[in-house]
Design a protein around this ligand. Structure first.
Ligand code: UPG
Length: 379
């Protein structure tokens, strides 16, 4: 089976990390076409997955753009669509991994006669997308996609509530390789030393810096915790959220948290850092479609606390495999942090249970098999 994968981003977000895992199985016979260059290309090349940058023009389909802007951008993407339609003739399936890839992939699928798969990794609601862009996504998916893979039940529900067709959807969770989440003790100790975390209770936040990922909620929570509780923010502003980054730095200064918060930027290997943490916090203020960091924290045997909305509630059994808080509620978050701080044994037991459940339910091999079976049915 020959697959042409399409992704708009050159950067390494969760959608791209997951796609790299899926595409790996097809590396002998696939191409990943990107609409921008960057770290994602480098990762694919390291894994020997064929990759090509298909355009050097940025495509103007923004989350908040109106219908005219979206239509205006269609004319500018015509050469890209024609190019992809031509390339697609050498492949059996077009597999769009992002919303802009869907726009381009849908028309290329129409022109080339190749079936279209849309891997939907976003919750299509007003928190995340303008009504125009939701309409565009739903109309294109309903009209052109033979299959819409959603990364959680919550993502599927939002798709259906926006008018998506039930019969083309299938839920497939992200999968992981547990053996990749076992850090060397020496690496963990080095990291603790390097970032002066020894003897501290460390709460880690692993995500791009973006308002809806809610790093500010963790900063607020720290003010309700003992001095010894420290936070590390791991991740960068991937999509130009520089204003939010400045706000976070200002918040740290205003709350007098300079000695208790570290901004570590993007880190290509999160495993030793996650393992060095006493708690991994997920604090999204809008429904999270899936939430890779939650399963990754579990596989690192670090307790997790997460915002109870979207796909997250499908991943966490509260009190058994982690803790859930109301999105945006920093006091609830502080209570969980303080509880873990005061009861390390309880936290360790929850982390152990979570590790076993994550191992059982989120294996990459299973994800790959599910996707492979779904794709074969299309041919
Ligand atoms: N990460 C790094 N280095 C960093 C910070 C983060 O490698 O410095 C990783 C992190 O370990 C995780 C990923 O980046 O694997 C981020 O994942 P997540 O926050 O889940 O992804 P998003 O970028 O928000 O992507 C979308 C959805 C998300 C879903 C994901 C995969 O928003 O809910 O889990 O797609 O389907």
């Amino acid at each position: 089976m020959k697959i042409l994968f399409l992704d708009q981003s050159g950067k390494l977000g969760g959608a791209e990390l997951s796609l790299a895992d899926v595409a790996y199985s097809y590396r002998e016979n696939c191409l990943v076409g990107l609409f921008a260059d960057g770290a994602f290309r480098q990762l694919l090349e390291r894994r020997k997955i064929p990759v090509k940058i298909l355009t050097n023009k940025s495509i103007n389909v923004k989350k908040d753009s109106g219908i005219l802007k979206s239509l205006g951008s269609f004319s500018s993407i015509t050469p890209l669509i024609l190019n992809i339609a031509k390339i697609a003739k050498k492949y059996d399936i077009i597999y769009a991994n992002t919303q802009k890839a869907l726009v381009v992939g849908a028309l290329a699928s129409f022109l080339s006669g190749r079936p279209l798969v849309y891997h939907l990794r976003d919750i299509l609601n007003a928190d995340h997308f303008s009504s125009t862009n939701r309409r565009v996504a739903i109309t294109l998916a309903n009209r052109f996609a033979s299959l819409v893979i959603t990364n959680s039940e919550a993502t599927r529900t939002a798709f259906l509530e926006s008018g998506g067709r039930l019969e083309i959807t299938q839920v497939v969770y992200n999968g992981f390789q547990p053996e990749n989440y076992q850090a060397e003790t020496s690496d963990v100790n080095t990291i603790k030393k390097q970032f002066e975390l020894e003897g501290k209770f460390v709460v880690g936040h692993f995500s791009r810096l973006s308002p809806w990922k809610g790093q500010h909620i963790l900063l607020e929570a720290l003010t309700h915790c003992p001095e010894n509780v420290t936070a590390i923010l791991v991740g960068d502003a991937l999509f130009g959220e520089q204003e939010y980054v400045e706000k976070l730095h200002k918040q740290v200064a205003d709350l007098g948290l300079q000695n208790r918060v570290k901004f570590l930027g993007f880190c290509s290997d999160v495993v030793p850092l996650m393992t060095a943490c006493n708690l991994v916090a997920h604090t999204s203020t809008s429904p999270e479609p899936f939430g890779r960091v939650i399963i990754e924290g579990m596989l690192c045997k670090t307790p997790i606390v997460a915002s109870a909305a979207g796909g997250v509630v499908e991943l966490v059994n509260p009190g058994k495999t982690g803790w859930l808080i109301t999105p945006g509620n920093s006091e609830e978050l502080a209570n969980v942090i303080n509880n873990c701080y005061q009861n390390p044994e309880l936290a360790a037991n929850v982390a152990t249970e979570a590790y076993h459940k994550a191992n059982e339910n989120f294996q990459l091999e299973q994800t790959r098999q599910q996707i492979d079976q779904l794709l074969r049915k299309l041919l």
